[in-house]
Each structure stands twice: as structure tokens, then as C-alpha cells.
Design a protein around this ligand. Sequence first.
Ligand code: G5P
Ligand code: MG
Length: 217
Amino acid sequence: MRLVILGAPGSGKGTQGELLGKRYGIPQIATGDILRAGMAAGTPLGTGARDLVNEGSLVQDDVMLELIDRRLGRADAAKGFVLDGFPRSIPQAEGLERILKKLGAKLDAVIKLDVPKRVLIERLTERTSCPGCGSVYNLSSNPPVAAGRCDRCGGGLVSRVDDTEETVRKRLNVYQASTTPLIDFYDSRGLLLIVHGLGTIPEVTAEIEKGIRGLVR
Ligand code: G5P
Ligand code: MG
């Protein structure tokens, strides 16, 4: 199964991408997580991306395409993958088609999570996550059992630097300008599955799985 999860910041790409990865036994490839790991480790990729990520701008298309080219060439992606946060622009989507052609592979579905802007801002300003194991929480709808501590590994929870209200608004504008054209791009290829992302996490997962069953026969 080769999937893309498309959606605005805070629409649930990471949350649902992880669950879909487990459900179908395929790796979740989250470009934001890869960039943040590079930033934490001080790699050339992370150092080059740091300012752009922290201010809510997109990292250059050629940098992202090189990263994805390498990642999709790894053995664990041969049986499928769920791309979370990539592609994010028409040049990235066109580049992905070239990479997949080279690998002799095709996408099965592009899931677009639809969530109103007001809810997105609320979700992101209330999100905390664990830098140790990557678990994501929400202070209102999905809080950790012990305040400030990760349920899975006990690590201290933090807010992302780009989750301030000002930077969230900037990220939403960038999404609108650069990423929403991908909705028509994938619709015209018969791959688009629009899912309302407003329910509880299990409800949204069930909607996605139902949609995939209808699209992938
Ligand atoms: P990221 O890391 O890809 P964004 O901005 O696209 O960042 P973000 O913030 O990671 O997206 P998300 O993954 O869509 O959001 O959402 P999430 O973390 O799963 O959920 C958000 C909150 O809602 C959580 O509190 C969660 O508990 C709750 N929630 C989730 N799902 C549900 C649900 O179904 N129901 C309910 N009720 N709640 C839910 O990219 C970061 C930066 O990296 C660079 C850019 O600088 C970008 O700004 N970057 C790229 N640049 C260029 N090209 C690319 N391809 C790039 N990829 C990353
Ligand atoms: Mg995410």
C-alpha cells in the first residue's frame, strides 16, 4: 500500500499516519519529523532547514526531493509507505511521480484530511509531544495520564517551536498557497480521498480505512 496523507498543519497527518503505518505494516515517512531529527542531531540537512522550519516556511523542493528519493529507495519502503507531510507543492508532487516511476511503483491513494481553520489553531496550540519517542498528545482531547510526562516512555513533553499562534497562522497561509493545489492535482489522477478529520482519532481512522477499501480494489 502506497499512501500520501495531505492536510493542513494540525489536521492529524502524523497521528493518522502512524496508525495507518501500523495497520498496513508499512513505514510512516514524516518529512517534518525527519527534518526535526536532523535539527536535533545537527546534521547538514537539519542545520540548513532549521530557520525555515522554525519560522513556518517550506524547505526547498530540491532538498526535500533528494531526501525522499533516498528514503523511498530503502528496503523497508519496497512493500509500501505512508507519506506524511510530503509532497507539499506541485514541483514536489511531480518529482514524486518521477521517483516512483524509477522504482516501478504507483500511489494507491491520497488521503486529504479536512479540518476547519479554527480547530487547527486550537489543536496546535494545545499539542505537546515527546522528543524521545515521538508520541503526540493534545492537552484537551488526548492528554497524557500524568501532566507533562509521556505515557509511552516517561519522557518530558514539550511544545514545538513552530506551534505558537503567530507561526501556526503563517504555516496555514503557506499551506493555502503552496499545498492546496495538490488537491486538484491528485483528484485529476483519480487518487483523492477526502476525509472529514473532525471526529475522535479512532473515528477518523475508521473513515480513512473505509475510504481506502472503496478506492483500492
Ligand atoms: P510538519 O511536521 O509536517 P505540519 O505543519 O504539516 O508539520 P503538523 O503540525 O505536524 O503538520 P499534523 O501532523 O497534521 O500537524 O497533526 P498531528 O500532530 O497528528 O495532530 C495535531 C493535534 O491534533 C494533536 O494534538 C493531536 O492529538 C490532535 N489530533 C490529531 N488527529 C486527530 C483526530 O483525528 N481527532 C482529534 N480530535 N484530534 C486529533 O512540518 C513542519 C515543517 O517542516 C518543514 C516545513 O518547514 C514545515 O513547516 N517541512 C517541509 N518543507 C518543505 N517540504 C516538505 N515536504 C516539508 N515537510 C516538512
Ligand atoms: Mg505532523
